[in-house]
Each structure stands twice: as C-alpha cells, then as structure tokens.
Design a protein around this ligand. Sequence first.
Ligand code: GLY
Ligand code: MN
Ligand code: MN
Length: 431
Amino acid sequence: MTIAPTEYQQRRQALMEKIGQGTAIFRSAPMAVMHNDVEYAYRQDSDFFYLTGFNEPNAVAVFAPHHEEHQFVLFVQPKDPEKEVWTGYHVGVEGAKERYGADEAYPIAELDEKLPQYLQNADRIYYRLGRDRAFNDTILKHWQRLMRTYPKRGVGPIAIQDAGTILHPLRLVKSPAELELMRKAAEISVKAHNHAREFAQPGRYEYEIQAEMEHLFRLHGGNGFAYPSIVASGSNSCILHYIENNRQLQDNDLVLIDAGCSYGYYNADITRTFPANGTFTPEQKTIYEIVLSAQKQAIAQVHPGNPYNQIHDTALRVIVEGLLDLGLLAGDIDEIIKEEKYKPFYMHRTGHWLGLDVHDVGVYQNGEDPQPLQPGNVLTVEPGIYIGPETKPAEEQPEIPDRWRGIGVRIEDDVLVTAQGHEVLTAGVPK
Ligand code: GLY
Ligand code: MN
Ligand code: MN
C-alpha cells in the first residue's frame, strides 16, 4: 500500500500550476543524531516526501515550470558502492530520474553550479526557511547574486515567498490513496489501544503498556510510533506531554494513553482514558462524562462548510458548563470563556490537522475569516480536563476540593470530513 508514481506527478503538477513563473525549492530533512556517531532512523521532510516520495537525506528538489527543459530537478547523493556498504543503498542520480521521475538530476555537490539556471528567469523563489541555517544561506546567496544582475536583465526573482503558503493548502485535502494509508494507521492504532486497555491493570508499569502498543505498531507493518507514546497513570494524566512512562499503576488510577502509529508516512493520533481497575470512581466518571459529551458534540460539528473554530468553541462551552455545574468554575459562562478562566483546567486547543505530520500543515483561520472544513480534511478532536495536584484556579475562581485532584481526562479521535459530514477513523476504540 503506497502512493502511486502518478499521484506524486499530479501533486507536482498542482504545485507547478500554482507557481507559474516562480521556482520552488525544497530541502530534504537532515539526519538526526541519537548519540555520538549513531543516527536516528531517517525520516524525510514531509513537504519533500509529498512531492517526490524520495526518502534520502542530502537532497534538494527544484520545481521550475517555466524552465524550457527541466521542470522537476533533483539534487541527490550520488551512488557510492563503498559507502553504501556501510550506510545503505542510495538511489543515485540515474535512479532519481528513472525511479522518481525527475526531468534532470545532479549530484548534490553540483548544487551551486546548477541551481542558478533554474532561478534566473523566475519571478519569485518559493522556499521555506528551515532549521538548516547553512542551506538557508545558500539560497539567500543565490538570490542576492541574481538580484545584483537584475538591473541588467530586468527579470529575476524579486521576492522569496514561504513555500508552505502554496504547498500546504494541497496537503490539507487528502486523496483516496492518502486516506487509505491513514485508515491503516488508524486501524493499527485502534488495535493497540484495545489491547492496552485489556492489558492494563493495577501493578503493571506504564512502560509495559507502552511496549505492548509499540510492539503492535510494528508487528502490523507500521513504521513505529507517530510521536512518543504517552502512558500516564494517576496524576501523570494531568501532564500533557508526559513520556517518562515509568510509574506503576495503582488501584483507582486513571490511565491516559495518547499513542498512535505511523504507516507509510501517515499518522494516527488517539487518546483514551480509562480506569486501571475497570471501574471509575464517581469523580473520575463525572469528569469523564463531561469530556465525552464535549467530544461528541464537537465531532457533530465536523461537516463541510463549518468553520474550523466551531469545533473548539463547541467543546469548550460543554467543558465550561460542566465545570460550572460542579462548582469548579463560578460566574457567567461567556465571561469565563472570554477571560479564559477555564485555562487552568483546559489549556490546549481541541485539535489539529492530521496527515504526513501529526500536527499537520494548513491554516486554521484566514485573518477575520474562518477556515471552512472541506471534504478530505482530517483533523483530531481531543478535548480534555486536567485537575492536577498543583492546579491553581484562575483569579476569583473557587478553591479546588481535593477529591477532584489528580484527575486528567482526554479523549481524542481522528475525524475525516466527508461530502455528507464526517467519519471517525478511530471509532474502533470504545469510549
Ligand atoms: N499526541 C499529540 C497530540 O495529541 O496532539
Ligand atoms: Mn492530537
Ligand atoms: Mn494525541
């Protein structure tokens, strides 16, 4: 199950239609060091991968629709049999053309020499300044040189525009093939969550549950976890990005698991919260039911044309109403929302786009105008309430009785916007 070469070609075509007389440049992701001379398994930059399917470092992709001969150019690591014995196979210059459809390919060492011909007649450079400062400087250097000769020519790239502004609207709408991969990532993650719930019990360690889940991620063909798995028991459930996962589950603990796998570069992102011993305490149940209601009502807002913000606004209102009913908040609901007095209990947004990146690209708002949901968007819906041991109420808000402390609940599903409404891709894990 992969993305077909023709789909990569369609994506490049869509990009090139948008840039017209411009030239777009994308840089591969760097190798990340684990320690000393050991590197993490390589993962390509998502923009780069979306346009090429090419999974090697030290590469640059150039798109120049106005160029007479080469519209899609790859700069890559050349083949080097001696080095490849150590570091693995390189596609090489010929492979970049034959297997990845580049009109032209060069060894990466020739970038400085070959790049100007693709920039000199462009009216603009599309490039996202990245973490690789040296490469940013390379692009700026070429731009500066071309602008020095601009008066003589009267053509050239007069501006640099962030490449994400043109590419990311494309990534926001998933194709059927992308959705197939996302469904698979969701399906494996659902299996892992269902197993985790059955496996968890007082006495188990958080890391044991993590290990069971990550075993299943890989066993079913996933690339591993989409982000470091969070298995948070007891009051650890109130720490949003808790990843130590080293505590032993106690009777009457809640267990919050936020874990998902990556499959074919696409991600799932699921959170479930359940009682370690199988039965909620009354307080846990009360909080859980508020979050569940918030999540269900927010998911009901997912249909084409609805503004993205409505999902958060809906969940937030249900949460604030619930906390008002419990006396954990006091006052007028609109004022509490406006002045963010709920923030000690609910400090994050209700979701994000999901895709090649877990926190996927794409805008959530267009200035004053909302971003409307479109069929093919995939987003998470993940409200929560967190009442930590140290949580302090907002100014002039009630004290927090001890019986509520240590309760953290989040429920997160991955939701596809369909023509008719929505489909919850992760519905297979009970709530
Ligand atoms: N697991 C990261 C998130 O839910 O956004
Ligand atoms: Mn999420
Ligand atoms: Mn999550």
